[in-house]
Ligand binder design. Sequence first.
Ligand code: NAD
Ligand code: UFG
Length: 335
Amino acid sequence: MEILVTGGAGYIGSHTCIALLEAGHSVVVVDDLRNSRAEIIEKVERITKKKIQFYLIDVTNEVAVNEVFSNHSFDGVIHFAGLKAVGESVNQPLDYYYNNIVSTMILAKVCKKYGVKKFVFSSSATVYGENKVPFIETMELLPTTNPYGETKVMSERILADLARIDESFSVVVLRYFNPVGAHTSGLIGELPNGIPNNLMPYIAQVADKELDNLKIYGNDYPTIDGTGVRDYIHIMDLAEGHVLAMEKVVEGANIYNLGTGIGTSVLQLIGAFEKATGLKIPYIYVKRRPGDIAECYANVNKAKEELNWVAKRSLIEMCRDTWRFQISQNKKSDL
Ligand code: NAD
Ligand code: UFG
């Protein structure tokens, strides 16, 4: 299949390009590089020994998007391009609503115009709000605490409405839990700007002595050890879920959780990272981060039954691959 990957130079997009190319598909990437670099595309080409056609465009530019579609006969689109920082979305709501929703609407519109029948969308476990864990696809969505989460809920609804009026337009909404790790080559991984907001890249920078210690946001949650519980999933498992979604789903509106189904606390993740690397992660407790929930993990039965997809990589592999990428960034010795 020929697949358009928006945001393909970003963290999840670049790993998904690898999985798609390795599965024998051809890939076209559009990205305006607002949160990534062109060299990522070259690295994906090096890893896979395959070529990617790349267009430097903003996907909210309808004219430019039309032009890309007119040059190809896409079998499907995977839409990763978007803004994703929860805290930033509170202070810049308009940027988030505009970029994340307008991009989805333009891509869906242009898909319809060019007869592209399959649309895979990057959603997030954040849409479950404070439902009871494990989160399952049939749950009613509860309000999220930030504009970023609202853009995911709204985009899901727009796509579901489109699939409802045209059964031949198939929509796959993938709700990601907490993607972490990196490709085993150590060539690509997550590249946060400035001080990381997310736990795994923060731990990696503490391990690398770029940051002094980890601040654990709260040890008074009703969880196994008082720290927040999340469903961490290896980025390559997540990437492979997109390939199956693209290959297996043929009609209608479809929603799948992509997670492992296993909840891991902050302290448990620190323990796994220390075991995987032999390094000590110093930490202190600070107060809860506003907007955080106690526990977030998936029921993953639907993806298993319908896509034949399960996450295969362990927490230790997630930590080891994160660390390999971290040290390769600094051109330090290998593991
Ligand atoms: P990322 O920032 O690494 O990648 C997004 C890419 O999209 C970047 O390369 C950026 O330059 C590009 N982009 C953004 N707006 C664009 C526009 N208007 N036109 C063209 N390119 C544009 O983020 P990621 O972690 O790879 O996330 C990909 C998608 O998955 C996002 O939609 C995000 O909301 C969603 N998601 C991510 C996570 C996570 O933890 N990383 C969790 C749930 C959902
Ligand atoms: N945490 C710390 N210290 C840190 C960073 C995080 O203790 O420096 C804790 C958090 O309190 C939470 C856990 O580690 O309990 C995980 O936090 P992350 O920031 O790594 O991930 P979140 O689950 O908060 O958020 C992520 C994405 C969101 C997405 C959400 C649900 O960042 O975009 O998963 O999919 F919406």
